[in-house]
Design a protein around this ligand. Structure first.
Ligand code: FES
Length: 304
């Protein structure tokens, strides 16, 4: 088993692993989770786009596919801050020499002192991506990197004609915050004849337009069916946050919609989820939601 963890000054977990864990340390671990995987099925080629330590989930895909001599084309587009941060560089060069179907294009923000870097420099651009991957729009894409980089690449992919459902993502930064669904607006009033309008003004009748309601404090309620508990559900709180506040146990790990540990069945009502990478099509069809992402402005009931 292997883990790849970049030490972050602000990261409690990464500092613990780097600074405190030594050979012989005993750790309690949980098995891998999430659906950001690719075993060669469901696509004839794969495009892996990674920023920095986002290369981590790509390496297991590359190792697996090259190990089994998968016949499809494998494109790896990699961005790193500098040449020192191109982790797995030697292994990738080795695999590339042995597997003609593996195409690696790397770009660095700056070359490290003394490095003989011949690859791209700067951020991954639309032109660079289109040049590196022919017929990109028909290929399955996996994307993992810091949130701003992922946002940029998502936009570029869309501009290059890649359908959103062909793009699978895994975030390793915090979620940018879920957006509550818009409250339905009242239907517009019927058009008025000029004479009717004048009559209304003259008669000082109530306003012609109803005030448009905006999302405000909680007016919705969430019911936890198994726990026999309920609570107000503010629009800016997730199902998971409300569950925690009243002691309803829902398992979780990533809290950004990728691991799937917080899967919960929605029994009534509707929710929106900004990230739902951990849900399969079957999950969605059977009403499974991610509690860490689910927001609602209406009453809902969940199986928890
Ligand atoms: S998807 Fe990981 S905690 Fe919700």
């Amino acid at each position: 088993m292997e883990v790849t963890v970049k030490r972050e000054e602000e990261g409690a977990y990464s500092r613990f692993l780097h600074d405190s864990v030594v050979p012989g340390s005993v750790l309690q671990v949980r098995g891998p989770s999430g659906v950001f995987t690719f075993d060669g099925g469901n696509a004839e080629s794969i495009v892996l786009i990674a920023g920095g330590v986002g290369i981590t989930p790509m390496m297991c895909v590359i190792r697996y596919l090259t190990d089994m001599s998968w016949p499809g084309e494998i494109f790896l587009i990699l961005a790193a801050r500098n040449t020192d941060e191109l982790i797995f560089r030697e292994e990738l060069e080795y695999l590339q020499r042995r597997h003609p179907k593996l195409h690696v294009v790397a770009s660095v923000g700056a070359r490290s002192e003394g490095s003989a870097w011949m690859g791209l420099e700067g951020q991954i651009t639309k032109d660079a991506l289109a040049h590196a991957v022919p017929s990109l729009e028909i290929r399955r894409v996996h994307l993992c990197g810091p949130p701003p980089m992922m946002e940029t690449i998502r936009r570029i992919l869309s501009e290059l004609g890649v359908p959103a459902n062909q793009v699978k993502t895994e975030a390793f930064g915090p979620a940018t915050g879920a957006v509550p669904p818009p409250r339905p607006l009242p239907p517009p009033p019927p058009p008025l004849m000029v004479t009717e309008l004048v009559e209304r003004v003259e008669a000082a009748t109530p306003p012609l337009m109803e005030p448009i309601p905006v999302a405000g404090p909680a007016t919705a309620t969430i019911s936890f069916d198994r726990s026999h508990k309920s609570a107000p559900l503010p629009p800016d709180k997730t199902v998971l946050e409300v569950a925690e506040s009243i002691g309803v146990p829902i398992d979780y790990s990533c809290r950004v919609g990728t691991c799937g540990l917080c899967k919960t069945k929605l029994l009534a009502g509707q929710v929106t989820m900004e990230v739902q990478d951990a849900l399969t099509d079957d999950d969605k069809a059977s009403g499974i939601i991610l509690a860490c992402q689910a927001h609602s402005l209406g009453d809902i009931t969940v199986d928890a």
